[in-house]
Design a protein around this ligand. Sequence first.
Ligand SMILES: C[S@@+](CC[C@H](N)C(=O)[O-])C[C@H]1O[C@@H](n2cnc3c(N)ncnc32)[C@H](O)[C@@H]1O
Length: 311
Amino acid sequence: AKLELTEHLMDGPKSVQELAALCSVAAGPLYQIMRSLAAEGIYREETFEVFSNTNMSRLLHRDAPGPAWNYSIIVGELYVSTFANLFHSVKTGQSAFADLNGMSYWDYLGRNDELGAIFDNLMTRLYDGDVEYLLNLYDFTSLGRLLDVGGGRGSFVRALMARHPEVECGLFELPAVSGRNELEFAADGLGGRCEILSGSFLEEIPSGFDAYLVKSVLHNWDDEHAARILRNCRAAGGNSARLVIVDFIVPPGNEPSFAKGLDLTMLALFGGKERSLIQFDQLLAGVGYRIASVVEGESQRGLAIIVADPV
Ligand SMILES: C[S@@+](CC[C@H](N)C(=O)[O-])C[C@H]1O[C@@H](n2cnc3c(N)ncnc32)[C@H](O)[C@@H]1O
């Protein structure tokens, strides 16, 4: 993905020597890598040392639909080294990423525009399908004017506004992300219906909204920080605004689940975790919310909507 081999092969097969020259790498090791990828169906060796694209390798094109290119870059650049340091998280309960890099994951992305944009696009591409699923599962228009807290590139609010032309909402993000959002929403003519707000949800969350959405955010944080985010939602929303959490719910027992795998990525990157319903209940009770309903669909990945009211 990083060498953009797929892009180089779009106009037909090339020899490893040609590819190596295009990518400024050594031909011998590149051959070893491409041969091992071809054994998995990613690229195909047509004749000795000459490779072509396959359906699978085409997914690694930077502009292909789906998350494969973005995912490969983020995993290769950030996750692999983090997982090699997983022991630190097990010993201390803290982020293996921060231990390695001397700063949090979010600070790191904030200081690296290119990787930051690749990560934001990864989130959009990974979760785009989920957004439609969630909108079919729950009537978000019943909540009134909603603030998407840590809403990334705004794929949720975009989809909500596209379905419901009357809806107005807000999108709250870190300054680096908000800067990119402001430009895009203005260019798309959505700026008028969606207020782009910037700050840190660990400090203060803007008030004045009827409901606060926290989607795929809490699992990035340990209990102390997750509680801080929720307390800030509670302070912003006062005694009336509903809170809506969208996250995976870890099922009890020994059954495999998507959340149990993702849980370790959250631990290593952030010292964070996926939570069971009981853990969400305890977290919410501690910050002045009571669960009103839990909406779960047929999704095998266990993505759920937890609606809570201020107590
Ligand atoms: C896993 S992403 C989820 C994004 C989006 N909610 C979604 O579902 O696609 C977590 C988001 O939290 C944002 N974030 C991290 N720290 C933050 C902070 N202190 N204040 C506001 N947003 C923050 C990140 O920029 C990132 O977009």
